[in-house]
Design a protein around this ligand. Structure first.
Ligand SMILES: [Zn+2]
Length: 167
């Protein structure tokens, strides 16, 4: 293993936290050369997970493909590839945690949208517009409306929290 940030060899990387997750082990690591932290996942006995597409075709679940689809939605947006990778790992872990051998692609799409909503609004709308195949412009507008409403509430909440004064 190499540090994904500076390429330092494994001797420079130490584990700072180990946690068991549904499908394996999650380790938080720190590079003592560049001080960056990152997460690795070790999967145990990965079962074959099939994705059931809209037309009922089955396809083996492929995290890379998931990452790629998210990247397309995030293109030219201020989203780090680490954020996309994290989201993909989370989705994968949740899919395996469901303990099913087949998962409808729609379900995965919902999970992607959940993440993108928090990562970047534009990416979210892009993804949603492709994924949900909005029947018409109205449902698309409604989605954007809800998103803005949510953002406004979050802003309000943020403003309510007293900020520490550093003077
Ligand atoms: Zn490093």
């Amino acid at each position: 293993m190499k540090c994904p940030f500076c390429g330092a060899s494994s001797s420079h990387i130490r584990v700072i936290d180990t946690r068991e997750v549904s499908d394996g082990i999650r380790r938080r690591r720190e590079c003592d050369q560049c001080r960056q932290r990152f997460t690795t996942y070790e999967r145990v006995a990965s079962i074959n997970l099939l994705v059931v597409k809209r037309d009922n075709r089955r396809e083996e679940f492929d995290r890379e493909k998931l990452v790629k689809s998210m990247r397309i939605s995030c293109s030219k947006r201020p989203v780090s590839s680490a954020a996309i990778e994290d989201a993909a790992r989370d989705i994968e872990a949740r899919l395996y945690a469901m303990g099913k051998s087949e998962i409808p692609s729609l379900k995965i799409g919902e999970m992607v949208m959940e993440h993108l909503r928090d990562i970047d609004e534009v990416a979210y709308v892009r993804y949603a517009s492709v994924y949900r195949r909005f029947r018409d412009v109205d449902s698309m507008a409604e989605e954007i409306q809800q998103l803005m409403e949510r953002k406004r509430r979050e802003e309000e909440l943020k403003n309510q929290i007293p900020l520490p004064i550093d003077e």
